[in-house]
Design a protein around this ligand. Structure first.
Ligand SMILES: O=C(O)CCC(=O)C(=O)O
Ligand SMILES: [Fe+2]
Length: 278
């Protein structure tokens, strides 16, 4: 076994604590901060989620076809700015410095409409801007293996971006990273380097798994959406939304083009099969 892996295994008990340990995080790429959000704030978020779920989502939500766990619907005011809660800036300063910004805030949920597993991947290949981003996953519900809690491949961020986007085959590497699947209580949060490999199993318990996923980065990144603390360290910005507008040609544009062509070919073939060539 690689010495790196041995030392990562020894570090696993230290990656979950009431206080963030930045030295451990730099090596593991994942850290669980327990019980650090004020109780009243967590309860307010849970109440907001419950009313939002019963008022809007329960009637049938617009399930994201590309990634079913990623909620499409606009969050209510009480959940749309969770990243402003001071504990997140305070926690991340040892890692990111005094100037911190938001890249994206969304919810990732596993309810009856999105109970399936999420394949092993890293997020960095889907991001624009600099690569020193972190997700902060905040548990709104209880999270465990049975309701589709996430599994993290400890230390895998050290490989950087893998150069393509999709499902990783971990057996294809010489190194086998240790894994952790932390159980979370509401209010616990996981800090994850966006290069870290992660996945999640199906929700088999039927108890909804609800988490916020706030992607946070230093404020010198031109893709910053909102300042969280300090001051902007850049005066040049571009939006990661609708990124294909900035390309003459690209992988995404090619996929869109091929999918259209394929749909047309299928439609033509169906016409020929029923003898209605026009
Ligand atoms: O919600 C999950 O279990 C994982 C979601 C995820 O990793 C993603 O959407 O990038
Ligand atoms: Fe992900």
């Amino acid at each position: 076994m690689h010495d790196t892996v041995k030392s990562l295994e020894a570090m696993i008990p230290a990656l979950s604590s009431g206080t963030f340990n930045v030295d451990v995080f730099r090596k593991t790429g994942v850290f669980v901060v327990r019980n650090a959000v004020p109780r009243a704030v967590v309860e307010a978020w849970q109440d907001e989620w419950k009313s939002f779920y019963s008022a809007v989502l329960e009637k049938g939500r617009d399930v994201n076809r590309a990634n079913p766990v990623s909620l499409n619907e606009q969050l209510p005011e009480g959940l749309a700015h969770m990243y402003r809660e001071p504990v997140f800036a305070t926690t991340l300063k040892p890692l990111m410095g005094e100037h911190i910004a938001l890249y994206n805030h969304r919810f990732v949920i596993k309810d009856a409409l999105s109970a399936n597993k999420v394949f092993l991947h890293q997020d960095s290949c889907y991001h624009a801007g600099n690569s020193n981003k972190c997700s902060v996953f905040v548990a709104i519900s209880a999270v465990n293996k049975d309701n589709g809690g996430m599994t993290f491949h400890v230390g895998s961020h050290a490989l950087g971006s893998l150069g393509d986007a999709g499902e990783i085959n971990p057996a294809s590497f010489d190194v086998q990273w240790p894994t952790v699947t932390p159980e979370l209580a509401p209010g616990d949060f996981v800090i994850m380097d966006s290069r870290l490999w992660h996945e999640s199993g199906p929700n088999v318990s039927g108890i909804d798994r609800i988490m916020a996923d706030m992607i946070i980065q230093p404020a010198d990144d031109p893709t910053g959406q909102e300042l969280i603390c300090g001051e902007w360290q850049t005066d040049i910005f571009f939006s990661p939304k609708n990124i294909t507008q900035h390309f003459v040609n690209s992988r995404i544009l090619k996929i869109v083009k091929y999918e259209k062509e394929l749909a047309q070919l299928k439609a033509d073939a169906a016409h020929i099969a029923i003898g209605t060539t026009e």
